[in-house]
Design a protein around this ligand. Structure first.
Ligand code: CA
Length: 265
């Protein structure tokens, strides 16, 4: 883990919160990509994010778009959107990435260098636990077709039954991930269930380049916080199509969990 800067402005006795995250991202020598936040705003950056909520009507889906680049946030140089849907078997994600300078050369299972390719990530906190010790899962898919899946940072974990597909398009590439509930060790969501989620993309400028690559995120990360930080994930509310009561219940559940997180911080 990258050492965090010392500060004299941290309030005495304030709790130090260590971000969870992906080991591979911590190996990148970011020139101006994600940096650990500058104190004294660190705790603020770690607050639960109540803004990013995607209501996913079963079989109808929803779209997460307008990715941004921390810390301002800025618009990324090339756009990304994610169509999210679900059924009784799996969570279904379709990323569409504009990309005029596609890189996809890394191969192999659980290759921690997939960030050197154009790639997409999903981070999932089933049950919206906000608990870094729980069972947060990341799946990363390179435009080469190789993928990397981990749970709580453990690369030995594999999402059983995961289906992936990548394709080149006229102006970029698409990535599809079908992530079976069973492979995550959970049941299919019930109406009004909430999960934590973030979608991330790395965009290389025609070749792996530390300084010029961009990492964009669906969730806004206001203080330059790590895009993998569970505390800042957005949310999926799973609902049958047209079930407004389930959506409202899901929204209240998000608020309730965030109140708990603030209370224990
Ligand atoms: Ca690219």
């Amino acid at each position: 883990m990258k050492p965090r800067p010392e500060t004299t402005t941290r309030p005495r006795g304030s709790k130090v919160i260590e971000p969870d995250g992906d080991r591979q991202l911590r190996q990148i020598k970011w020139a101006k990509g994600p940096q650990y936040p500058v104190f004294p705003d660190y705790e603020e950056a770690m607050l639960p994010n109540g803004e990013s909520v995607l209501v996913v009507a079963k079989g109808k889906g929803a779209e997460a778009g307008e990715f941004c680049v921390p810390p301002k946030p800025d618009a990324p140089r090339q756009a990304t959107k994610v169509a999210v849907d679900w059924d009784d078997t799996a969570l279904d994600l379709r990323f569409t990435c504009v990309d005029k300078d596609l890189v996809g050369v890394e191969t192999g299972a659980d290759n921690i260098k997939l960030w050197r390719d154009d790639s997409v990530y999903v981070w999932l906190d089933s049950g919206h636990s906000h608990n870094a010790d729980n069972k947060s899962v990341m799946v990363q898919l390179s435009s080469s077709g190789a993928w990397h899946d981990i749970r709580n940072g453990d690369p030995a974990f594999d999402v059983a039954g995961l289906k992936t597909e990548v394709a080149k398009t006229a102006d970029g590439w698409t990535a599809r991930l079908r992530i079976p509930w069973q492979g995550l060790g959970v049941s299919a969501p019930a109406a009004a269930d909430v999960w934590g989620v973030n979608f991330i993309r790395t965009d290389q400028p025609g070749k792996a380049d530390h300084d010029r690559m961009q990492m964009s995120s669906w969730v806004k990360l206001p203080m330059g916080s790590d895009p993998t930080t569970l505390g800042r994930y957005g949310h999926l509310i799973f609902a049958p199509a047209g079930d407004e009561a389930a959506v409202e219940k899901g929204r209240k559940a998000i608020q309730g969990r965030h109140d708990e997180v603030r209370a224990r911080a």
